[in-house]
Design a protein around this ligand. Sequence first.
Ligand code: SAM
Length: 294
Amino acid sequence: MTKNLNEKFIATPSRTSAIMKRYNIKMKKSLGQNFLVEPQILQKLIEVAEVDDETIVIEIGPGIGALTEFLALSAKRVLAFEIDQRFVNILQETLSPYKNVEVIHQDILKVDFNHQDYHFLHEAKRLVVVANLPYYITTPIIMHLLASQLPFHSLVMMMQKEVAERMTAQVGTKAYNSLTVAIQLQMKSELAFIVPRTVFIPKPNVDSAVLKLTKLEKNPYELDDSEAFQKFVQACFKQRRKTLWNNLKAYYQEIDPGQLEDYFAKVNMEPSRRAETLNLDEFIKLYLVINEKK
Ligand code: SAM
């Protein structure tokens, strides 16, 4: 007698193992495939993301549908992007009871959210991202989503604990870097909760954490070219142990050192400071004074 796969949540060890066995699936480590098998963690994710029946959710990497099932039960509509064709086939079965889910077989990094197919997302009343990310591309995914100009209310994403800590790092700490600054420019970030490695199949070598990024109600910084600003911040951090002076002298080779010194003086900043001691305001001030004159 075949077991009815719809008896339990997908996110249970027994159901996940049964699906994997039935489809003879071997996980691909290279695609960051670790499946969640703890319904309580998924319930918590839904609560942190405040998914309700007015919410459209973008999920990245549904796998065999553990999280997607929970999203489908609470959201208005779910768009789930999966790179691995094997799972796209499986999801047709595991998610068949849910009519508000669309599985899209695509690499999330190649999705053009400005394409007309995704026009409705730009007009969504409430749009969130909820995902247990493939950890090998956490940063590129976040940068891709932030660059999409989609009107996200928030992004609630599970990732490696160390990475989540870096993204919420405070000024002056070792974890504070150009990514922290890039995120702070648009979003408020908070570490929602820690997830032990024991709730995944297969068990990863690291613990995880859920990061919540919420769109700032009012963005106080209207930069004409935020990409140029990101590059400037990256240059400031290029050699962490070096001073701002040394890093920026190398970055702005076309600027006379005397003039560069004047810019520091204008914003009342010591050139001997290191990038990790600057808060977002200070990065913006220094960037604007240098670039307004160029
Ligand atoms: N959501 C499932 C869960 O929580 O159990 C699976 C999460 S697993 C950590 C990451 C998923 O992302 C895998 O299904 C993997 O195939 C998929 N993935 C990896 N790279 C991807 C990419 N570039 N675009 C879309 N999906 C990707």
